[in-house]
Write a protein of this length. Structure first.
Length: 383
């Protein structure tokens, strides 16, 4: 995701002296800007402010203490985006952005609780790598490897597997009870690109399990709300929101663009439609279903895998509305996401079987399933 661009660069050589305007500056790994007096400080080596805030400061009649004290090395044009705690890529370098600037207690603006844009849009950063910054450089969020240090300690998941996840894309159809845990796990694990499809809006009866939403989201589209959460949690993740129902008309064009498809929907006809499209577009596909204390996960990952239509040729649907328990959706959604992550990372995973979860006995059983040679969806064809 794009943050904005660099509109000004300044070096401050000595305390009290005015800054020197530059077209380009060098940054040093672990430090700041070459020639700047804070370059080799322990932290807060590089200061950043938005152009809007500078313009606002110039207009203020009641000045704050920071107005004299804060000197920005980098001026950025950005649209009110909070970059705190992120890594941003500009030019050929990456900056780790620390917290925001703190207020001085002696500041009149602070004492009188006056509004202050400086609180919102001044940051400190240090350079993650050597490189150059230029006026006009576009700024993007960068993949923050540091977030996956613990994950890469898991046997079987190293730098190579994480790199695969970084480059992978998943389409999640349904942002409800199963979709919420699926999206959370995929985002946490560092997936590079996520698409979310849902035409539904958030309702009160969803809030016993759909934990990405709060009462203030009632009536809002689920794909839009869930996408907003993913973007805030992982600004570097390329996120697309499709605020429409997945149908025969739009399905193929949406699905085409992704490496793997996850179905997190409750209706059998929609699950079978997704199954059919995934088979015909040769997309590996993972399905999840729940009812009360029970749930299943089916992975259709290769041409040898039995598909959903092999198991339910008539497309039978339960006659009752599925009851939904937050623990079941959380567990089954997480199992779907785990299956997807293992496949994408290149780790052998469940395939050609149904994982069956029983919440009353707390068991998980893998049930082998045979491919139906006469299946109307995958029979006698190669996916
Ligand atoms: Zn089949």
């Amino acid at each position: 995701m794009e943050v904005g661009k660099i509109s000004g660069l300044h070096i401050f050589e000595e305390k009290g002296k005015p800054g020197i305007e530059k077209d380009k500056v060098k940054v040093l790994k672990g430090g700041g800007i070459e020639g700047d007096r804070h370059c080799f400080d322990k932290d807060r080596q590089i200061s950043i402010v938005t152009g809007d805030t500078l313009a606002w400061m110039q207009k203020q009649e009641v000045e704050g203490l920071c107005f004299q004290k804060f000197k920005a090395n980098i001026i950025i044009e950005a649209r009110g985006t909070d970059i705190r705690g992120t890594r941003i890529k500009a030019g050929d370098t990456v900056l780790a952005v620390e917290g925001k600037k703190r207020c001085f207690e002696g500041c009149r603006r602070c004492q009188e609780e006056m509004d202050c844009m400086l609180k919102e849009s001044c940051y400190y950063a240090s350079a993650v790598s050597d490189g150059e910054l230029h006026v006009g450089d576009l700024i993007h969020y960068d993949y923050n490897w540091n977030r996956y240090v613990r994950q890469m300690l898991v046997p079987g998941i190293g730098r190579k597997e994480q790199e695969r996840l970084k480059n992978a894309s998943v389409l999640v159809i349904g942002a409800g009870g199963l979709g919420c845990p699926v999206l959370t796990v995929l985002s946490e694990a560092g997936l590079g690109r996520i698409g979310i499809v849902d035409g539904d809006v958030v309702e009160e009866t969803n809030l016993n399990r759909q934990f990405l939403y709060s009462p203030s989201d009632l009536g809002k589209n689920k794909a839009a709300c869930a996408g907003r959460w993913v973007k805030a949690f992982r600004p570097d993740c390329r996120t697309s929101m499709y605020t429409e129902w997945f149908t025969e008309e739009n399905g193929a064009s949406i699905m085409e663009d992704y490496d793997l498809v996850i179905a997190a929907v409750d209706r059998v006809p929609t699950r079978l439609l997704i199954n059919q499209m995934a088979v015909s577009l040769h997309k590996p596909f993972i399905d999840g279903a729940i009812d009360g204390f029970y749930g299943t996960v089916t992975a259709v990952l290769t041409k040898e895998s039995p598909c959903l239509a092999c198991m339910n040729p008539e497309g039978k649907e339960p006659l009752h509305v599925s009851s939904s328990l937050g623990t079941t959706t959380m567990i089954v959604g997480a199992l779907e996401a785990q299956s997807a992550l293992m496949y994408l990372a290149g780790i052998p995973s469940q395939n050609g079987s149904v994982l069956s979860y029983d919440g009353i006995y707390g068991t998980l059983e893998e049930i082998p399933v045979k491919k139906n040679a006469h299946c109307r969806v995958c029979g006698n064809r190669h996916i």
